[in-house]
Design a protein around this ligand. Structure first.
Ligand code: XMP
Length: 544
């Protein structure tokens, strides 16, 4: 047990049992944080569970993540938390009840259930939870709040909330409903010490979500302590220094904000000494300008040796014949892993470092070391690679925005930090069907036009990320009075804070029409251009 901190591998450790040593470790953590108060968060497998912990930390509250499959009511009694939060998760209380000691609901302490967590206590207390066929809610909805409820103090009477659920709690006389949406007559409720919300207060799309969590901790649970924010970057640098000692590190460097931040963390940890860090940039499925950025900022440095490896042919060879995104992701990961291992051996490195974020780990089915089932949304290229060497993933407990903030505190150039993120599998996830040299070339030209125009119209910095996809759809078209057929290109752009949730960016129509015209005029094979309107969830940011 290590109070929910990242230990290596692809999970974050959790509180499993109130053993003597686990309780001593918690005491020590509380001493360092100058607090006598702890909150317990049961990670039920939600994609957002880590955001709940981060929100509580933002509020200065010490939050310990608990494993629902092993922590019992007796363990909770021993630990004496101020309050308990149950996250959401992919399970259903009727068909696949998640592991949890229901005696915990009987303890005399406030419990906040989020989504699945709400349905769990509602089911326990005898209320009806149904699969809400026809009423499924994914995305942002307007909720009417009971302003007199302590949970909603300062949140107004009407607010935006993000919901992502199939099951729902049905109204009942014994249940005190404190919020409603169009589709959910019970969007939030209270029953004695049990509080529940069907929506997700931990995501930025829920306008007053942080205030709701603050109300739960400070109004309902009556917490008093706020620990001073520690200097996270310095803590990470110290940890890296201890782990690495006098050894060498091979870094996978894409030039995005995460791997660039890791490069700078390593620089600080190793005191800027030469010969200790080799960074590998892998060419082949990258965007047109990625390599130039890496060369500009990391070429010719004495604290880091940059090596560009051209893997274009290797990628094309392994991708040949694969048509599903899943199969292509697996094939791409193989090349990525092989190159890093081979380069690490050549450099005689003892560690492989990557900019993997918590988002990547979570969507790949990892996260907290807890027994609840967690869905694999997509296998990210930089998780579960099972390298021969140990990995250094200093941003594994971060999401995009706090990873960027760490970068800012240690001097990573702003231009690198504010670049749109780009996925490790590169253009592979932006080409539908088999990836060929021709399709990669087309994806590059289209990306180039899309990003160039976003910059020209000064929209680049207003969106969080944008991409262009070469779909498998073919449209009938007419070019130069002749009948023809052409590929359909799908453009997307999103507004987001941390990539966990995102909204399709609303861009000016004349801008979109201008880009569409440029693409069909300049790229002969393209017959039509469409723009994606779906938010995440239910869509993900990338196409594949
Ligand atoms: P999704 O598409 O999962 O994307 O909503 C969230 C963020 O992660 C990026 N992404 C990846 N990044 N390896 C990465 O390093 C991957 O396999 C991968 N897949 C998606 C995506 O571009 C977005 O910023």
């Amino acid at each position: 047990m290590s109070a929910g901190f990242y230990k290596g591998g692809t999970v974050l450790s959790t509180f499993k049992k109130a053993t003597k040593s686990a309780l001593e470790e918690v005491q020590e953590e509380m001493r360092v944080r100058q607090t006598k108060e702890v909150f317990l968060l049961f990670a039920m497998g939600s994609q957002f569970d880590h955001l709940i912990k981060q929100s509580l930390e933002k509020l200065g509250v010490f939050c310990l993540v608990a494993d629902p499959s092993s922590v019992t009511a007796d363990d909770v009694r021993e630990l004496k938390p101020m309050g308990i939060i149950l996250s959401g998760g992919p399970a259903s209380v009727q068909t696949e009840p998640p592991p949890f000691d229901r005696k915990i609901f009987e303890l005399e302490m406030p419990i906040l259930g989020i989504c699945l967590g709400f349905q769990m206590w509602a089911d326990y207390a005898g209320f009806t939870v149904t699969a809400s066929a026809g009423h499924r809610e994914f995305g942002v909805h307007d909720a009417t709040l009971d302003k007199s409820s302590k949970l909603f103090e300062g949140c107004g009477g009407f607010t935006a909330v993000l919901e992502s659920h199939g099951d729902r709690v049905e109204p009942h006389d014994g249940l005190h409903v404190i919020a409603k949406t169009d589709n959910a007559p019970v969007a939030a409720a209270r029953y004695h010490n049990l509080w529940g919300v069907q929506f997700h207060p931990e995501v930025t799309h829920t306008t007053h979500g942080l205030r709701m969590l603050e109300n739960f901790c400070f109004r309902i649970c009556c917490a008093k302590d706020c620990f001073p924010a520690t200097n996270i970057a310095q803590h990470k640098i110290r940890q890296l220094r201890e782990q690495i000692g006098e050894k060498r590190v091979l870094l996978a460097l894409s030039g995005g904000s995460d791997s660039s931040t890791v490069a700078y963390l390593l620089k600080e940890a190793l005191g800027g000494k030469s010969g200790r860090i080799r960074a590998i940039y892998i060419r082949g499925i990258d965007r047109p300008d990625d390599e130039a950025f890496v060369l500009k900022y990391f070429g010719g440095q004495d604290w880091l040796e940059l090596k560009v490896v051209d893997a274009t042919q290797q990628f094309l060879d392994v991708l040949a014949g694969h048509v599903t995104m899943k199969a292509k992701r697996v094939a791409m990961r193989g090349v990525y892993k092989a190159i890093l291992e081979q380069e690490a051996e050549q450099f005689e490195a003892s560690f492989i470092a990557q900019g993997t974020l918590y988002t990547d780990i979570s969507e790949s089915g990892g996260g907290y070391d807890a027994g609840a089932r967690k869905a694999v949304i997509k296998q990210h290229h930089n998780t579960n690679l099972d390298f021969k060497l140990p990995e250094l993933l200093p941003l594994a407990d971060c999401v995009k925005d706090n990873g960027r903030n760490i970068g800012r505190t240690i001097g990573v150039p702003e231009e690198l930090l504010v670049r749109h993120p780009f996925p490790g599998p590169g253009l592979v996830v932006r080409v539908e069907g088999e990836v060929t040299a021709d399709k990669l070339a087309m994806a590059r030209v289209v990306d180039c036009i899309w990003i160039e125009e976003l910059r020209k119209w000064q929209l680049y910095d207003t969106v969080w990320q944008a991409g262009a996809v070469i779909t498998q759809s073919v449209t009938t078209c007419t070019k130069g009075d002749d009948a023809a057929s052409g590929v359909v290109v799908a453009l997307w752009a999103v507004w987001s804070v941390n990539g966990f949730t995102a909204t399709a960016a609303e861009l000016p129509n004349d801008f979109l029409r201008h880009v569409a015209r440029r693409i069909t005029n300049e790229v002969r094979a393209v017959g039509a251009v469409v723009y994606r309107l779906s938010d995440k969830p239910p869509a993900t940011i990338e196409w594949g």
